[in-house]
Design a protein around this ligand. Structure first.
Ligand code: SAM
Length: 287
């Protein structure tokens, strides 16, 4: 019988299968036994709510999710972990492991096929090398999920959760806030992982919104503006937008002036509404 809260058991199974950690795949496995039960509890999965996990690793979080959710579908890129998972998760009959890449997998189809219109959440200790692109991909696809609970590096967690208009905010804050209401759940020390990364981590939950908090006539334009605004963080908004959108600075300054935004303002001072106002004015100008 497997005991995934016992690090020597996990190490033993990994060793038996000749597994070595890949830095390139962001393989830092959780060894702090208190973290996974908390994540499983706080992610909202249950008897009526299925869960998708990205990167099960040796299966420590998968095991806790399977105790709580009626069904777990876990997507692992590293084929070498499949026999490990076959052994560590053998006692569960509600887990499906898919060998795939979270960056390219068709999650819309997966949810339809595996959860048949039922409620679903995502829960993962994300590989650090794809934190932002994978989060953005899952949000942009507008998947029929309630929330996304993910472990990310602490810095990334702070940035993602920072409210637009505050000093800590960045392009990812505005992009995430458009689709979800982020919440910082708890912090996790670097020593909770094997091998230990250089920095601490945190678990955040992104509660998917039914409606965006602002109305952007053209969503693509909204995200283009957000990206351009933060492209050169230290510069003024007018300079960043001019460079990022390839438009003369005088035109940008006039546009900002017309909607009451000083052209020497900084991207991090912009609220979601102000980003939407800029995007909507640019869309109008295009027509
Ligand atoms: N969930 C395990 C845990 O908490 O101990 C492992 C987490 S580890 C930070 C990230 C996991 O994601 C690894 O198992 C790694 O092989 C897997 N992974 C890396 N890139 C991936 C990708 N593009 N798609 C799916 N899984 C990936």
């Amino acid at each position: 019988m497997s005991n995934l809260t016992d690090i020597s058991y996990v190490k033993g199974v990994l060793g038996k299968h000749g597994f070595t950690f890949s830095k390139a795949l962001g393989q830092n496995f959780l060894i702090n036994p208190s973290v996974c039960p908390k994540m499983a509890e706080m992610c909202g999965c249950g008897e009526q709510v299925g869960v998708i996990e990205i990167g099960p690793g040796a299966g420590v979080l998968t095991n806790e999710l399977a105790k709580t959710a009626y069904k777990v579908v876990a997507v692992e890129l590293d084929k070498r972990l499949l026999p490990v998972l076959g052994e560590t998760l053998a006692q569960h009959n509600n887990i499906k492991i898919i060998n795939g890449d979270a960056m390219t997998l068709d999650f819309v189809q997966l949810i339809q096929e595996e959860f048949n219109g039922g409620r679903v959440v995502i829960c993962a200790n994300l590989p650090y090398y794809i934190t932002s692109p994978v989060i953005m991909r899952l949000l942009e696809e507008k998947l029929p999920i309630d929330s996304l609970t993910v472990m990310v590096q602490k810095e990334a967690a702070m940035r993602i959760c920072a409210a637009p208009g505050t000093r800590e905010s960045g392009a990812i804050s505005a992009a995430v806030h458009y689709y979800a209401q982020p919440e910082l759940l708890f912090k996790v020390s670097a020593g909770s992982f094997l091998p230990a990364p250089k920095v601490d981590s945190a678990v955040i939950r992104l509660n998917i919104r039914n409606q965006p908090p602002v109305t952007a006539a053209d969503e693509t334009m909204f995200f283009k503006v957000v990206r351009a605004a933060f492209l050169q963080r230290r510069k003024t908004l007018a300079n960043s937008l001019s460079a990022g959108l390839s438009m003369p600075k005088a035109d940008i300054s006039a546009l900002l002036d017309s909607i009451g935004i000083p052209s020497n303002a900084r991207a991090e001072e912009m609220t979601m509404q102000q980003f939407a106002d800029i995007a909507n004015s640019l869309s109008e100008q295009e027509h």
